[in-house]
Design a protein around this ligand. Structure first.
Ligand code: PLP
Length: 371
């Protein structure tokens, strides 16, 4: 699905040098590269505070811990997404409230959020799935009207830009109270192991988030609140410092692959190509089709025979995951999430794809439908 090795070879001299420097310094924890990366990433996002942490799931957990919610408080999460947001909600004794997504963008459907709000609702987690921003303007409006916090899970969409109706542009992860991301190796901005970060524009949240990620302390061995231990390794920060200047070019490279797919696969009655919405740029962390007529699994098996990898992100909606059987609060009908899990198929897309590879995939896809 992604070719990490080819990308590494492209960056090898810089990555090797950066990692070697860390090895020589032996400052493996909280070395200067971590702070440097936080500053670089904050500048990239045009936001004052970035708090690096251990991974994207920790980032969500720390963000939710910072809100100081009470057990039984409700948090709205999309029903069709990666498990992390719902998992940390449940882990903290909070109640995930499932809201359906839009079939065209796979993101939470803003028009269904208001109906899911109860007196116990305290926050919304907006997950920018597959590379495109959720429609943040209505989400922020509903949140403000109902006094809710907004957390943006930006693990899959770093670098995407949202345009508000007055023309203001903001990068995903910087619009809500707190943004989170993951630097898992296949993500748009990725390191060579686990890594994550939390973003905010507010000094109050920044201080709390930093404290929670560091055992609830500001002064060493003085623990003000209950926190956890979540740090970005210096080696990973060094890799990220090399990769960040390439992020926009990497996103553009995937966008070009997506454009080729769009041109060649669009209009086929067997599947629907992913929709680009005018309010967001798309960084195509995934290129996800919706395959009709119950043919998704057959198409996937056929692609496998042709040597083409494909993935089903995600095979079950969250309300159907065994771990969440106990959490029955549905904020809306969830039929789109349910339907998507039967139709979605993601094709290979990455920064190093050659024309020949794209042509091969397109040719095989079209042959499947007799084109
Ligand atoms: C949308 C989303 N949120 C959170 C995560 C969790 O990130 P991590 O694997 O770094 O904990 C992922 C990653 O896999 C993700 O795709």
């Amino acid at each position: 699905m992604v070719d990490l090795h080819r990308q590494y070879l492209r960056l090898k001299p810089d990555v090797d040098r950066a990692m070697q420097q860390v090895l020589e310094s032996t400052a493996f924890i909280n070395g200067p590269q971590v702070k440097e990366f936080a500053t670089n990433f904050a500048n990239y996002l045009n936001i004052p505070y970035v708090i690096p942490c251990g991974n994207g799931t920790d980032a969500l957990q720390i963000a939710l811990m910072a809100l100081d919610l009470r057990p039984g408080d409700e948090v709205i999460v999309p029903a069709f997404t990666y498990v992390a947001a719902a998992e940390v909600v449940a882990l903290l004794g909070l109640i995930p409230v499932w809201v359906d997504v839009e079939s065209e963008t796979f993101n939470i459907n803003p028009s269904l959020i208001e109906g899911a709000v109860s007196p116990r609702t305290k926050a919304i987690v907006a997950v920018h799935l597959f590379g495109q921003s959720c429609d943040m303007e209505p989400i922020l409006r509903i949140a403000s009207q109902n006094n809710l916090y907004v957390i943006e899970d930006n693990a899959q969409s770093v670098g995407a830009v949202y345009t508000f109706s007055d023309g203001t542009k903001k990068k995903t992860g910087t619009m809500g109270h707190i943004g989170t991301t993951s630097f898992f190796p296949s993500k748009p901005l990725a390191c060579y192991g686990d890594g994550g970060a939390i973003m905010t524009s507010d000094s109050y949240w920044a201080e709390r988030l930093r404290m929670i990620a560091s055992h609830g302390q500001q002064i060493k061995y003085h623990h003000k609140i209950v926190g956890c231990n979540s740090r970005l390794d210096t080696l990973q920060a060094a890799v990220l410092n090399v990769k960040l200047p390439h992020l926009d070019a990497f996103n553009e490279a995937r966008r070009q692959v997506a454009t080729r797919y769009d041109e060649a696969l669009g209009g086929n009655p067997l599947w629907t190509i992913p929709e680009r919405r005018p309010y967001s740029t798309h960084v195509y962390h995934q290129y996800t089709l919706r395959v009709k007529d119950g043919k998704r699994d057959e198409l996937q098996a056929y692609l496998k025979e042709q040597g083409i990898p494909s993935m089903i992100y995600y095979p079950l909606p969250l309300q159907k995951q065994e771990a969440f059987y106990g959490f029955v609060r549905k904020g809306s009908s969830l039929h789109v999430a349910e339907q998507l899990t039967k139709e979605v198929l993601s094709l290979p897309i990455h920064t190093e794809m050659t024309e020949a590879e794209i042509d091969f995939i397109i040719d095989k896809m079209n042959r499947f439908t007799g084109k």
